[in-house]
Design a protein. Structure first.
Length: 417
């Protein structure tokens, strides 16, 4: 059970109204398994250092929590250790902030060992300055929001042991990062340009990933349902193949501890040849969400990457809205759920991809070169095929990497770029 309160002033997110932010907090809470009993907006001229919201509002909040039977209060703002302790004492129930809520959701959805280690590192970074004075409360066992992860059974760890664990986790994740770099190096030997799906959480990235690859990854309306990255090969109309990666959804004010911890995973975005930015075309705050995605890309050092903007959930739009967005030609409009215009998106990816450029070429294959001819059909777009003087004469649109591999079969003087 849960009750939440959000301050209105000051607002670090000038482009997001308090009501919209509160609604997003509600979605986050429900993704963590909470049932919202009450929500409230609080307006103040200045933040109260001890309790954030002031003594009178704390008393009012305590009365609401007691009257509704809430056992958890969530604030849509990061609380200082002092504020956290004072609020828990005054409200006589557990208090967490937005950062801790997001960390809890990540702990809930991490499936791979790497993902679990990254979440643990972020949680420990968050918990370290909040250990003082919380020995009794933090040693509690049991489930519930804000208690998942590394602190469930050993929250009484002293700072020395936490520092040791953080150091160890950083070493392991650095090893994972190096391992990923080696894997990317091996993939580079077989040209398979990486394309990364990015977007605000719950924009439909996993649904689109499944539509493009048939991978069958988890699709859920819950925020951050996808946490561990998935990679699959996708064939393009030109015959080229790409390596598509589904990444964790971005969020307004994503905790810096998470960005730091998930650096190894987010390397896939930095190394991508093309970023496929997926937006929820039906969301009333789409432009604000897009700005936050762009902000995270800048923090990752990926803002300069070629980007293809994709507006998803076109099936939820009215015919007039769909027509207006399609006419703007600023993005590719699709519905990942129904499959509408997926072929148009694949063609757009093919056209925007700069890696392994295409060329027109003419080949003369001997009849014994069946394997090479099959390779050409698998990795290029064959335009024509004829038999001439015992040779198989083929014209095709070919990726440069394939052209190099089959260069000895090229007809003399017949290649054009």
């Amino acid at each position: 059970m849960k009750l939440k309160s959000r301050r209105k002033i000051p607002n670090a997110d000038g482009d997001v109204s308090p009501e919209e932010s509160l609604e997003e907090l509600k979605e986050l809470a429900e993704s963590a398994g909470a049932r919202v009993l009450h929500s409230a907006l609080t307006t103040r001229e200045a933040i109260a250092p001890a309790t954030l919201i002031g003594r009178g509002k704390v008393e009012e909040l305590g009365g609401i929590a007691g009257g509704t039977g809430a056992d958890l209060v969530i604030f849509d703002r990061e609380l200082s250790p002092t504020q956290l302790r004072n609020l828990e004492k005054a409200l006589a129930c557990k208090v967490i902030d937005r950062t801790q809520l997001i960390l809890d959701i990540f702990a809930r959805h991490a499936r791979t060992r790497e993902g679990q280690l990254q979440v643990e590192l972020a949680q420990l970074d968050y918990l370290l300055p909040r250990l003082t004075g919380r020995g009794t409360e933090m040693s509690r066992l049991g489930g519930g929001i804000g208690t998942r992860g590394p602190g469930e059974t050993k929250l009484e760890m002293d700072r020395r042991r936490i520092y040791q664990r953080i150091t160890r986790l950083n070493q392991v994740l650095e090893h994972v990062r190096a391992q990923r770099a080696r894997q990317r190096g091996k993939r580079a030997a077989i040209p398979l340009p990486p394309v990364a799906l990015v977007g605000y959480t719950n924009a439909g990235k996993s649904t689109l990933f499944n539509q493009l690859t048939g991978a069958g990854v988890l699709v859920s309306s819950q925020m951050f349902a996808t946490l561990d990255p998935t990679l699959r090969a996708v064939a393009l109309p030109s015959g080229r193949r790409i390596l598509l990666s589904d990444t964790v959804g971005f969020l307004r004010n994503l905790p810096t501890t998470l960005i730091k911890a998930f650096r190894a995973t987010l390397e896939e975005v930095r190394e991508a040849e093309l970023i496929l930015h997926v937006s929820d075309a039906h969301s009333p705050v789409r432009q604000e969400q897009d700005r936050h995605v762009w902000k995270v890309l800048e923090e990752l050092g990926a803002a300069g990457k070629p980007r293809l903007h994709t507006l998803n959930k076109a099936d939820l739009l009215s015919p007039e809205e769909r027509e207006n967005l399609a006419a703007s030609r600023q993005a590719c409009l699709i519905s990942a759920l129904t499959g509408w215009n997926i072929s148009g998106l694949v063609a757009a990816i093919d056209a925007r991809l700069e890696a392994d450029p295409l060329a027109h070429a003419t080949f003369d294959f001997p009849q014994t070169a069946g394997r090479e001819l099959s390779f050409l059909y698998d990795h290029a777009r064959v335009l024509s095929r004829q038999f001439r003087g015992g040779l198989i004469h083929v014209k095709a649109e070919v990726p440069r990497s394939v052209l190099q591999r089959l260069s000895k079969y090229m007809a003399a003087g017949r290649r054009r770029s």
